[in-house]
Design a protein around this ligand. Structure first.
Ligand SMILES: Cc1cc2nc3c(=O)[nH]c(=O)nc-3n(C[C@H](O)[C@H](O)[C@H](O)COP(=O)(O)OP(=O)(O)OC[C@H]3O[C@@H](n4cnc5c(N)ncnc54)[C@H](O)[C@@H]3O)c2cc1C
Length: 397
């Protein structure tokens, strides 16, 4: 029997895994609960090493023209403006892509879908919601619901890439350890051109403020503005036109109301699954770790999981390497999720929301000094671009 891999979830992580495995000739069945690929405006930043990985499959070449090349990132203060600007070109000897790509994540999954259409041994089943998982010593089975019918499938391995609420993770009983922030995050997108009003704005701007920090991110047609909300505000209150306009006007007063295109309010968590591997079931992406969006590491870390895991599965299936290699996937990627992704994003949040003026000044002085010194700035960028995380993962046996 030819090897067959099951994947739950057709987000960026499930789709990248399907492509890497499918291109190597492995039969893949990918089950997606929704009727089609998500077009939601979620992650919008691709970090340099992610672009390096995706370029091996021609994907960076497809998405770069559909996005914006962000050479600079800024740390700003809502009152003072630019505190520090980092030039990602300092990474030109570290990566083939010394920039962030500002591009909606759905453009990646669409590009992968086009490539998967050329691989008859990779099947995507839409409206197929995985409900439960079981396994024996040499196979894994799942039950899914597809348009009212029960679907039973068997494979050699199952990748649970079914997002934060992963049915795969819950079905095998893996704990999702961590916490949920009391405040929710509000993302508003608008066609208003901030760059015409805020001097020297880059495409990626983290704006600290003791009262209400924000992040201003450019995607090709819109600006996305991320705000924290207060725990005592209800969802309904936050999403009213008045409250949305008040937040935008408070950031930059304008004579006319802002035209808003999307409003998303979501809970934010810092959680990591206690195990990334349970026998023949492997977790990757949001099903394995979730974090706040400050630093743009969620989707990127998930794509790094997908490459690491798929390449190890290929080594086990096609090159006869010992199955214990899959434990190295867990050791590498779980360590990165805890020590690097969760730790950095939690630190980014603590810094941007800091209220103590002495501590704020200390952080801002340190940022200015780092940006002014090319060696220190490169070290900073290697970390914030997730290059160091990959070097660290490689060092884990
Ligand atoms: C508003 C918002 C903004 C974000 N901004 C950023 C950012 O700027 N940078 C960044 O790096 N990350 C960001 N993220 C996080 C990023 O979107 C996720 O990390 C990324 O989508 C994870 O990919 P994934 O494939 O693991 O999971 P998902 O993209 O969640 O995909 C999981 C898929 O599984 C499907 N599914 C779920 N349950 C089942 C089931 N039982 N059976 C079958 N299919 C199922 C879902 O329909 C979905 O298609 C953001 C997230 C949100 C919500």
């Amino acid at each position: 029997m030819k090897p067959h891999i099951l994947i739950a979830g057709a987000g960026p992580v499930g789709m990248v895994s399907a492509l890497v495995l499918g291109k190597a000739g492995i039969a893949v069945t990918l089950l997606e609960g929704a009727p089609g690929l998500s077009m939601d405006l979620r992650a919008s930043t691709f970090h340099p090493p992610t672009l390096d990985m995706l370029a091996r499959y021609g994907l960076s070449q497809t998405i770069i023209p559909q996005g914006l090349v962000a050479r600079y990132t800024q740390q700003r203060d809502r009152s003072e403006g630019v505190i520090a600007e980092f030039d990602m070109d300092l990474l030109k000897n570290d990566t083939e892509h010394p920039f962030r790509l500002q591009c909606e994540q759905w453009k990646l999954t669409e590009a992968i879908k086009d490539q998967l259409a050329q691989l008859p041994h990779v099947k995507i089943l839409f409206n197929a919601k995985v409900e439960s998982v079981s396994q024996t010593a040499d196979k894994v089975q799942l039950v899914a619901q597809q348009e009212g019918e029960s679907l039973r499938l068997e494979g050699d391995y199952l990748i649970g890439a079914d997002g934060a609420w992963s049915a795969v993770r819950r079905s095998v009983g893996i704990e999702f350890e961590g916490y949920t922030y009391p405040e929710r995050f509000l993302v508003i997108s608008t066609d208003f051109e901030y760059a015409n009003h805020l001097p020297k704005l880059s495409y990626v701007n983290y704006c600290s403020d003791p009262k209400e920090w924000c992040v201003l991110l450019r995607v090709p047609t819109l600006w996305r503005v991320l705000f924290p909300t207060r725990p005592e505000e209800s969802d309904e209150e936050v999403l009213t036109d008045e409250a949305v306009q008040a937040r935008l006007q408070n950031l930059l007063a304008q004579p006319q109301p802002y035209k808003t295109i999307h409003r998303t309010l979501y809970k934010v968590h810092q959680r990591v699954a206690k195990e990334f591997r349970r026998g023949r079931v492997l977790l990757a992406g949001d099903s394995a770790h979730i974090n706040n969006p400050l630093g743009g590491m969620g989707m990127n870390g998930g794509v790094h999981d997908a490459f690491n895991l798929s390449e190890k599965l290929l080594a086990v299936i096609q090159q006869g390497q010992d199955v214990s290699l899959l434990d190295r996937y867990e050791r590498q990627r779980r360590t990165i999720a805890i020590e690097y992704i969760n730790a950095s994003t939690a630190r980014n949040k603590a810094e941007i929301e800091e209220r103590d003026p002495v501590q704020r000044k200390k952080t801002q002085d340190a940022l200015r000094a780092t940006a002014a010194d090319p060696a220190a700035a490169r070290a900073y960028l290697r970390k914030s671009s997730m290059l160091d995380a990959l070097t660290r993962a490689e060092a884990i046996a």
